[in-house]
Structure formats: C-alpha cells, structure tokens
Design a protein around this ligand. Structure first.
Ligand SMILES: Cc1ncc(COP(=O)(O)O)c(C=O)c1O
Ligand SMILES: [Zn+2]
Length: 416
C-alpha cells in the first residue's frame, strides 16, 4: 500500500496527524489513521519558516491558491487551470442594509467552475496525479460535481460524480458537459455518501471527498489565507462560513492557526460563524442549542440544496471550533435566503447562488444580535455563483412591445 512520495520543493509537510489518537503518519496512500482509522490531517513544520522569506515567497508566487504551496501538502500540478486568488471586496451598501459597519465579501463565485469547490479539487487533483490515478470521483450536492468534472476534463482523467437525483439541473448539466459520468441517485446526499464510501473502498479511484479527503480539505484553507493577505496580512475579526460537510469551516480554523504559527499574522482573534438554511441546519442548531453534539437531519428540505448535508462529516468539529473561537451561527429560512441573494446582487453586483443568501441572511441575524462591533472587520464567504442556476426570478414584469411608449407606460412609477 505504501507508495511514499517525495516532499515538494517548498512544502513543509511533516506528515499527517490522526485527530483521534494523535499519531503522526507518513504521507503514503492511506487516508485514515493506520492505527485507529481516525481522520488524519496534514501537519507542517511551522517553526522552520523564516516569516519574512515565507511572506516574500508567497507574494512573489502565482496568482492562484498555489502561492501558498509551502502550507499545502502537494505541489502545483502542471497544466491545471488557475484556481483561487479571488477578490476580497468591500461591501459598504450591503453593510448598510444589514447593519455591519466594515463588511467584506470574499467573492469565490469567480472560480473556473463557479464555486469555491475548485480549491479543494485542485489540491485533491494534484494528489491524484502524484499517485498516478486515472479516475477522480466524488459525492456532491452539485458544485463539487462541476469542479471534479472540470478538473478531470482539463487533465485528461475519467470522472464519476454521484449526486442526489434532486440536484439543481443546471449543475448536473454542467458536469455532464465537461464529460463526467454523472450518476444520479434516488436518495438524499447522505445516502449518496454511503454508496460512495463503499465504492471508494472497492475502486482504485481518487475519490476526492473520501480517499483523497485529507488533501481535498486542505484546499479550503486558502480562502482564509487569501483573505488575510488581501487585508494586509491580518486576520478578519469575524468570518461567516456556509456549512455543508463542515470542511470549509474547520479548515478556516486550521488556516488561522497556520497563519499565526508561521508568524504571517499577529495573534488577533478570529471568530468563526456557521451559516446554514433552517431546512438543514444540524451544525447551527447544535451551536444555538448550547454547543450540543450534532444530530443528523434525515430529510433536508431547503432552497439552498448545495448545503443539504444532513450528517456532516466535520459537524462536531465545526461546533467545537465555533465554541472555541467565540463564534455563533445562523439558521435562516428560505425566504430570508432568497432575500439575501437579491440584496447581495442589488447592493454590490455579486450574483450568488442560495448558499450566498444563507451567508448574508446569517450575517444580518448576527448583526441584530450585536455580534459585530463597528470597528471589526467582517468577511462573508460567497462560495457559489448565481449563474449556475438554483435561483428563480423573483419578480419579473411582463414583456413589453419594442416601443418607447410601451416602455414608459409600463415603467411609469420607476421613472417618476
Ligand atoms: C456553494 C457551497 N458553499 C459551501 C459549501 C459547504 O462546504 P463544506 O462541505 O466544506 O462545508 C458547499 C458544499 O457543500 C457549497 O456547494
Ligand atoms: Zn489514530
């Protein structure tokens, strides 16, 4: 089983540490702890960095997530398209509308397949190529399918993407257009997940969120790496994170620890908040119920289908992190989600899919609860693009004749 791989030129990977029994494992092809089958995570030799040269290396690096190669477990694959280095934009009009004084958007809707999932997939892909695999696969609520399909197409690999049959059609269509085998399964995401866990054991594929998960999840650190660099090498005071499996939220905390540990930022506090739709809010509900253990949601029903994961792999880990950082959570209804999307688009020109509306609505609820001081920097992760579908037109007026008078008559009260 052990195909030990050479360390990349700049990565300071020390090995992968088990979160359960804390044993450090070599970076061979195991994806769970060899001793106790617990989850394993890459660990780096942070103390070995000279902070100034590390910052220099990053700032001179590519305009993609690979600028953080020293803090990633694999080297940049040749030939893949650029992923990451998305804008961090100030959002004063949205801030005024929801009562947040210093609001920023990390606009990750601008990745190649239009969601942040291109990041974890880029790292998982690099690992799959290093292992010589010819097939990549995933269980997906929609966006991961597109990201895996695009990455496979770009690198000449075969792809299998497994999705619940109720997944947004535009996302499924995109994955199919990239040439992936799109396997639609009658069931919830959690049923798809169980099927894939079994296939991951039986097939020698790079299953990005199973057999490559320790690498895959590392890609999600890079939203915070970038946000901190874009703020002039400082941590935000708050970040609001949409939660599905909880990988993005938990790795946001990992990223903060690594930025501090390598001296790239000072010891500022970062409070991490979870954003979930009320129809599937196992993590937010656990936080709001006094940080109790996560209880799975059996039949998620929400317009934010990309977040409909009832039994999140990193659910309890997310709750622990939120508690430890002094964060909180939002569990927001579908009407508020769609209003959040409309508000984001109409105040800042950023069209997000419902996951973005969940984040905006959560930030608004947190602001009402007094979670943010006026001098604190609040970053919202906008992780998926509205042009991938899933949004329905809120209030379209009837079509008019191609005639100026018809236009003025129909829009009299807007023009007045
Ligand atoms: C747009 C979007 N945002 C956020 C998430 C949540 O990511 P994670 O599964 O890492 O919690 C997902 C997928 O699950 C997603 O598709
Ligand atoms: Zn272990």
């Amino acid at each position: 089983m052990a195909t030990t791989l050479e360390r990349t030129s700049t990565s300071r990977l020390r090995g992968l540490r088990c979160r359960a029994c804390h044993v450090l494992q070599p970076a061979d092809d195991r994806y769970v702890c060899g001793d106790c089958y617990g989850p394993i995570e890459p660990e780096y030799d942070l103390a070995s960095f000279d902070t100034e040269s590390l910052r220099d290396e990053i700032e001179r690096g590519p305009l993609s997530l690979w600028r953080y190669a020293p803090l990633l477990p694999v080297a940049q694959p040749r030939g893949h398209f650029a992923v990451g280095w998305t804008p961090l934009v100030e959002a004063p009009r949205l801030g005024a509308a929801i009562g947040v004084a210093r609001l920023f958007l990390k606009d990750d809707s601008r990745n190649p397949s239009l969601s942040f999932k291109d990041r974890p997939v880029a790292v998982a892909l690099a690992r799959a190529l290093a292992l010589g695999l010819d097939t990549i696969a995933c269980a997906s609520t929609g966006n991961l399918a597109g990201a895996v399909a695009a990455a496979a197409a770009r690198n000449g690999l075969r792809a299998f993407v497994f999705v619940p049959a109720g997944t947004d059609e535009s996302k499924v269509a995109g994955a199919a257009a990239y040439g992936a085998n799109v396997v639609r399964v009658n069931g919830t995401y959690d049923q798809v997940n169980r099927l894939c866990a079994r296939l991951a054991d039986e097939e020698r594929w790079g299953f990005v969120n199973f057999t490559l998960r320790p690498y895959y999840a590392e890609g999600s650190k890079t939203l915070l790496f970038e946000s901190a660099e874009q703020l002039g090498w400082r941590l935000p005071d708050h970040v609001v994170v949409p939660v599905g499996s909880g990988a993005l939220l938990t790795r946001t905390a990992t990223a903060a620890a690594q930025l501090r540990g390598s001296g790239l930022v000072d010891d500022g506090a970062l409070r991490i908040h979870a954003a979930q739709p009320a129809g599937c809010a196992p993590v937010s509900d656990a936080v709001l119920d006094g940080y109790r253990p996560v209880r799975p949601v059996r039949d998620p029903v929400t317009v934010a289908r990309s977040l409909a994961i009832g039994a999140p792999a990193d659910g309890d880990g997310s709750v622990d992190i939120i508690r430890a950082t002094g964060g909180s959570a939002g569990s927001v209804g579908d009407d508020d989600v769609l209003e959040g999307c409309a508000l984001l688009a109409s105040t800042e020109g950023v069209l997000a899919e419902p996951a973005g509306g969940v984040v905006v609505a959560t930030a608004k609820a947190l602001a009402v609860r007094g979670a943010f001081a006026d001098d604190e920097v609040v970053v919202l992760y906008i992780t998926g693009n509205g042009y991938k579908g899933a949004l329905t037109a809120a209030s379209l007026r009837p079509a008019i004749a191609a005639d100026a008078d018809a236009f003025r008559a129909a829009y009299a009260e807007v023009l007045a």
